[in-house]
Design a protein around this ligand. Structure first.
Ligand code: NAP
Length: 311
């Protein structure tokens, strides 16, 4: 495993390849998930040197945190791991609600600590912005918990650039998590300049566009999970995206690497990104994604990949 990298201005050191766990106990996102498979893939990640594990209350809800907590406990490696989770959603009614109220966030951190069976959370994100809470006050609540040692670093996710600036009024935001991949690049213009200037690390979610950029799907693929609602997988856009993947495949083949690794390695060349958190449905995928670390891209290849997705 490659050297660990400091995550923005936080005190967290992570490996460049982490693990996203929305398919570990995320029964509300993916039907028919097997929890033992989920635990096994987290175990494989930890045993193969991945130290950055991304979960959230939303996945399950709560079940992903519980399963991650069980495996972390079983491995006895808690102190070597950087566990990130996210709060703000409220479940119970028909539709998920979002709350950033400081008192509410503090209560939710306590619940996450219990589900994860830990007495500190390395990185706590506010998962989504609500419409009413001043964002610096929401982050202020997490800062208090940081001072008490309950969390080690503060993140926000899915905030607009204005909400991010408001959240970071006191300079407390250390990590931003947002949607970003070769098929969805608006963050490069809207967020990266501010993040780089303020030494806030950008953690992209959907780095493989939920599997599309791993290079194994064709136009006949049918999706019955969260992907049926994602624009990447809809109609003509899906077909055009598959054509772009085929162009990446030519570069991958010439280099003797897999499409997924080429794509993941490309993100790590960005100044805004320290680490990536590809999700996985199996231990094999987790181990396979670690091959990204063997891929060295030339400047020419970086440009070529860039161009494919700018057409
Ligand atoms: P992703 O990383 O873009 O795609 C992961 C999917 O790609 C896997 O579930 C698997 O799906 C496929 N895959 C992974 N490795 C592969 C390999 N080596 N070969 C072939 N296929 C492979 O999408 P994601 O998991 O949804 O996103 C990553 C993480 O970001 C999540 O796990 C979660 O922790 C986080 N996230 C955060 C937010 C937020 O709002 N902050 C939103 C979404 C996700 P198939 O095998 O089914 O194709």
């Amino acid at each position: 495993m490659a050297n660990q990298i400091k995550l923005g201005k936080s005190d967290l050191y992570v490996n460049p390849i982490g693990l996203g766990t929305n398919a570990v106990g995320g029964h509300n996102l993916y039907p028919n998930l097997n929890e033992e498979t989920g635990k096994d893939l987290v175990r494989s990640a930890i045993n193969n040197g991945i130290n950055f594990i991304d979960t959230a209350l939303l996945y399950g809800p709560g079940r992903s945190e519980e399963l991650v907590g069980e495996v972390v406990k079983e491995t006895g490696k808690r102190s070597e791991l950087v566990i990130a989770t996210k709060i703000a959603p409220i479940f119970g009614g028909e539709k998920m609600k979002i709350d950033n109220n400081p008192t509410f966030l503090k209560q939710e951190v306590e619940k996450s600590l219990k589900r994860l069976q830990t007495d500190y959370i390395d990185l706590m994100y506010i998962h989504y912005p609500d419409k009413v809470t001043p964002k610096d006050e929401a982050v202020g609540a997490l800062q208090e918990l940081k001072e008490q040692g309950k969390i080690r670093a503060i993140g926000v996710s899915n905030f607009t650039p204005d909400q991010l600036e408001e959240a970071n009024k006191d300079g407390y935001v250390e990590v931003f998590q947002g949607e970003y991949n070769l098929l969805s690049r608006s963050a490069e213009e809207t967020l990266f300049p501010y993040l780089i200037e303020n030494n806030i690390s950008f953690v992209p979610y959907f780095p493989l566009a939920s599997g599309l950029l791993a290079g194994k799907y064709n136009k006949n693929a049918v999706f019955e999970d969260l992907r049926k609602d994602l624009p990447y997988f809809k109609g003509d856009v899906f077909k055009q995206n598959l054509e772009k993947v085929e162009e990446v495949r030519k570069i991958a083949n010439a280099k003797g690497v897999e499409v997924a690794h080429l794509v993941l390695a490309w993100y790590l060349t960005s100044d805004a990104i320290d680490t990536i958190i590809p999700g996985a449905k199996s231990a094999e995928q987790v181990i396979n994604n670690l091959k990204t670390l063997d891929v060295q891209l030339t400047n020419e290849e970086i440009q070529e990949i860039d161009q494919i997705f700018h057409k």
